[in-house]
Design a protein around this ligand. Structure first.
Ligand code: FES
Length: 313
């Protein structure tokens, strides 16, 4: 007969309490221990192996040992066990002829080893991600496409040099540019560049006698400004924070300059920073002038607020 929950537990000399729980060996499916609690045991519970049981009756479990041995039996720790319902061992409950109550089995080793368990959890996540990758990759590629779109190297006609009567005087040319932001439809935006008819001194100051190369997103040269072409185009955006600037007579300095009203950066006609917070000179753009005098530029945009020229568009 198997011990039952609530059965009285008697040592050789006295009764100490009752069976509060039953522990089962999940492999043999036999009761391996009883857990004893009650007045004779104190505020704790102790687990006693079934091989110390002398006899089991309908409502009593008798032990051969004396009650003085009670403290030799280990304390029962609930967190080291799970109920047989929790781990769903097939038919184990049916196999045991016990009253409904807490029938326990030891927590499997794997469950106790948290590190190992965590490792398997991570492993499962990694496998899931790898399996999902073929499905997710095309979507990610589509979403990230605008980030890796090639630069817009289209030439844009902005005006004619007939407007530039005097050397070393800034003239603003306004134009419209088609622009596409990420997944938005294409729109037309108002842009402008400043163009000068440059004197040899200004050409020298800008080009230092060298050609100026412009690159595409792969680093290939798309255009070269030659220092012999006497026209220079500057991006219409101030390299400080991207405001529009103007050509102004600065009385204090007794000359005309490019002046940005946002934070009062000012630049010489050759684009050098003469004062204010701008971190670099004005950005020179690729320019070509047709025999007809038509001016075309590539409207490159550089990152504002940094010393180096970092191309954005
Ligand atoms: S944006 Fe031009 S000075 Fe700040």
């Amino acid at each position: 007969m198997q011990p039952k929950l609530k059965s009285k537990v008697k040592f050789a000399d006295r009764e100490v309490g009752e069976v509060t729980r039953i522990i089962v060996d999940p492999f043999s499916r036999e009761v391996s221990h009883i857990v004893v609690g009650g007045n004779g045991v104190g505020p704790v519970e102790r687990q006693i192996p079934t091989d110390r049981i002398k006899m089991v009756t309908e409502d009593t479990v008798e032990l051969g040992a004396a009650s003085s041995e009670l403290e030799r039996f280990p304390l029962f720790r609930r967190d080291e066990y799970v109920t047989i319902r929790e781990i769903e061992i097939a038919h184990l409950e049916d196999h045991l002829n016990v009253e409904p109550g807490e029938v326990l089995v030891p927590v499997p080793e794997l469950e106790r080893d948290v590190k190992r368990r965590t490792f398997f959890t991570y492993l499962t996540h990694v496998i899931s991600v790898l399996l999902a990758l073929p499905l997710v990759f095309p979507v990610l590629k589509f979403l990230m496409k605008p980030m890796y779109a090639p630069y817009d190297n289209r030439w844009i006609r902005v005006g004619n040099v007939s407007r530039l009567k005097k050397e070393d005087v800034g003239a603003q040319f306004k134009f419209k540019r088609k622009q596409k932001e990420a997944f938005m439809p294409e729109t037309e935006v108002d842009k402008n560049v400043w163009v000068i008819k440059a004197s040899p001194a200004v050409l020298d100051s800008v080009y230092k006698g060298k050609e100026m190369k412009f690159l595409d997103h792969k680093g290939d040269v798309i255009w070269v400004n030659k220092p012999t072409v006497p026209y220079i185009a500057y991006s219409g955006k101030c390299p400080h924070l991207g405001c529009g600037y103007k050509w102004r007579n600065v009385r204090k300095l007794g000359k005309e300059l490019f002046l940005c009203p946002c934070h009062l950066s000012f630049f010489s006609v050759s684009g050098e920073v003469m004062g204010g917070p701008a971190p670099r000179p004005l950005d020179v753009l690729p320019i070509q002038v047709a025999e007809s005098g038509d001016i075309q530029v590539i409207d490159i945009e550089y990152k504002a607020g940094v010393k180096e020229r970092v191309r954005l568009v």
